[in-house]
Design a binder for this molecule. Structure first.
Ligand SMILES: NC(=O)c1ccc[n+]([C@@H]2O[C@H](COP(=O)([O-])OP(=O)(O)OC[C@H]3O[C@@H](n4cnc5c(N)ncnc54)[C@H](O)[C@@H]3O)[C@@H](O)[C@H]2O)c1
Length: 316
């Protein structure tokens, strides 16, 4: 099959492209390189690369029109981006989705990357259970708070994708990622930050939000879920949680694991979590398993080792 990965030079996009190639597909990567990188790992892949800003409808004229599967991952992500410029996050994430939906025609299948942030307000407000299924209401506690801009942009994306899919007769599936981690994910996330600071032998070692629980999902498992969903007719039109419900840990234990892998024993100093972040997050994966038979293959320990090794080898 011919696959188009929008945002393919980014973290999940590169791992997904690699997996699609391994599965024997032809892959075209599209990215504006605002965050994704044209680095040796991308160059090493046998993919066509198109540099384009997908907020511009004209950019779609240069995309191959004969692709079978389209993976829409392009977005502005990250707490720092959303705190710094929430209007940019809303503008870019919204335009990229709407332009993709205007361009796509029947005969292609579309995956849209959404996020657990769509329902995070409901967790903070105590309105939804954890582990969280897809059926919970999506809650915005404060529409004017910058941190909700990302979740709001993805709520709109979900609705736009599901409705346009129906209206245009394009098979679509929405995957809500939950704390995906792995090699080449940049530095603006807790796991790479811990790895890089452990490599620098920081002592004392500051850890934010030690009592916050997360379920971290290795990128190989997340990509496997995406590929399976796109190959499952029963998933079409649906919204499905993607993550790792077996790898729940609090940030304090996570830091200890990373420090053990790094062979570093500093004094740990605990600090408060960033304001507004939920105390616990874990997906309910019942639907994903029932639809696709997906099973997890990378333990947290193994995934952290692989990630740490990558950051050790790519510190520059
Ligand atoms: N990593 C996670 O844990 C996680 C969790 C929830 C949701 N997601 C979603 O998954 C997707 C991929 O996330 P990621 O972690 O790989 O992020 P990423 O930032 O590494 O990848 C996004 C890519 O989109 C590109 N991009 C941004 N604006 C663009 C534009 N206007 N035109 C073309 N390309 C553009 C960036 O350059 C980048 O390469 C995103 O949609 C994100 O919201 C990720």
């Amino acid at each position: 099959m011919k696959c188009l990965v929008l945002g393919g030079a980014g973290f999940i996009g590169l791992h997904l492209s690699r997996r699609l190639l391994e599965d024997g597909h032809e892959v075209t990567v599209v990215d504006d390189f605002s965050r994704g990188r044209d680095d040796p790992e991308l160059t090493a892949l046998d993919v066509s690369v198109i540099s384009a800003d997908l907020t511009d409808p004209a950019a779609f004229e240069s995309l191959p029109g004969d692709c079978d599967h389209v993976y829409l991952l392009a977005a502005v992500v990250g707490v720092r981006n959303v705190e710094r410029d929430p209007s940019r996050v809303i503008r870019i994430n919204t335009l990229v989705v709407l332009n993709t939906l205007d361009w796509i025609t029947p005969g292609r299948r579309l995956f849209f990357a959404s996020t657990s942030e769509t329902y995070a307000g409901g967790v903070s407000a105590g309105l939804v259970p954890v582990p969280t299924p897809e059926t919970v209401p999506l809650v915005v506690e404060d529409v004017a708070a910058p941190r909700f801009a990302y979740g709001i942009s993805k709520m709109l994306g979900e609705a736009a994708v599901v409705h346009a899919g129906r209206a245009k007769n394009v098979p679509v599936v929405v995957g809500r990622f939950h704390n995906v981690y792995g090699p080449r994910m940049g530095a603006d996330h807790v796991i790479p930050e811990l790895c890089l600071r452990a490599l620098r032998r920081e002592d004392p070692f500051l850890v934010y939000g030690t009592d916050q629980f997360r379920a971290f999902c290795h990128v190989d498992d997340a990509v496997d879920a995406v590929v399976r969903l796109m190959g499952t007719d029963a998933a079409i039109g649906g919204i499905v949680h993607i993550g790792d419900d077996t790898a729940q840990t609090n940030i304090g234990e996570l830091a200890e694991l990373v420090l053990k892998i790094a062979g570093h024993s500093p004094t740990i100093q605990c600090a408060a979590a960033p304001p507004g972040s939920v105390t616990r997050r874990c997906p309910d994966l019942t639907l994903l398993r029932a639809l696709t038979g997906h099973s997890l293959s990378v333990s947290l320990d193994d995934g952290l080792r692989r990630t740490f090794t990558w950051y050790r080898d790519h510190q520059s």
